[in-house]
Write a protein that binds this ligand. Sequence first.
Ligand SMILES: *Cc1c(COP(=O)(O)O)cnc(C)c1O
Length: 390
Amino acid sequence: MINSLLPNYARIDLAFTRGEGAYLYADNGRRYLDFGSGIAVTALGHAHPHLVAALKDQVEKLWHVSNLYRIPQQEKLAQRLVDCSFADTAFFCNSGAEALEGGIKMVRRSQQENGHPERFRIISFEGAFHGRTLATLAATNNEKYLKGFMPKTDGFDQVAFGNLNELRAAITPATAGILIEPIQGEGGIRPAAPEFLRALRTVCDEFGLTLMFDEVQCGLGRTGKMFAYEWSGVAPDVMALAKGLGGGFPVGAVLATEKVGAVMTPGTHGTTFGGNPLAMAAANAVLDVLLEPGFFERVDKLARGFRPKLDELVTRHPKVFADARGAGFLVGLKCVVPSGDMQTKLREAGLLTVAAGENVIRLLPPLTVTQGELDSALEIVDKVAKNWAA
Ligand SMILES: *Cc1c(COP(=O)(O)O)cnc(C)c1O
């Protein structure tokens, strides 16, 4: 008989009752070091005092009014995101896939309203992950996720990650834009080379295409800068954000340049829940912390110290780990042994991680992680790897 809860997840038999900073407390009485952060969502750890206070304050005042009315907290968040990014305008929704959908619609409409009604196709990259809605599944183009959900939504073409020749060959008169994660998360922590991102910008400018970045996972401080694209020196025309934006409250956003955003006139797109006062209180509180002077410098410094230690683990345990990869606190260890077993052993030893493609385990500590917590995590990984060989 089917469970009353849809059987679409292979859940780990563990439930948590409380969280504090980088730690989660389970109903089995154990404490876990949380280097999964709810899949890169709890960017400021659990129960961050500033987030708790902001939410408590808002929860007593007003939760939801709908986008029929002005929402000052949205205006504030939009201005802050515009001020710290390439963008001129922002739209708020509730999840990553929704941000991607909104961005994809903007890519199409800005072409179609600017003299190119024939342009609708978007080129994405192998190994990508853009979400589970029908359009984002087509952009993701992963057989495993598409099985049973055919036909695939039309309008997406896919080329090898990092292959400029293949990309150029895939451009047709129907191409509207290019969609890429500056660092592939689910695909196995695969960073795009900065030169590749710069080349995409050049190609888009040459052909009049719209460049869209998916920073749902790699954005908002994960790499030690506000946005991962900053490391490449080039900016997109449209960008999707979500995961860390609400610090655990569901918030997504689409950022866009004026040219792209201007076509989204009243009635062209919308959401009932998106950007409600409660969600905006969470996201504004997250930005309060991220935008504190020195916040990213601290993340960058800690991450730069952490990364070589991961490389050392790989050197020390060549039968267990193949390589270390990623940037900032979006890092992974590619395993030689099955990554699922590694994840289980790490959890049994008190460290929570997340699996990714290419047999990688992801380490996604909260951006507020301490040196001591990073050292503890490394000790656990080292111990588990040592016992593996024994
Ligand atoms: C998680 C993720 C998404 C989808 O976000 P949801 O909130 O699960 O819809 C899209 N793109 C990237 C890069 C992601 O990591």
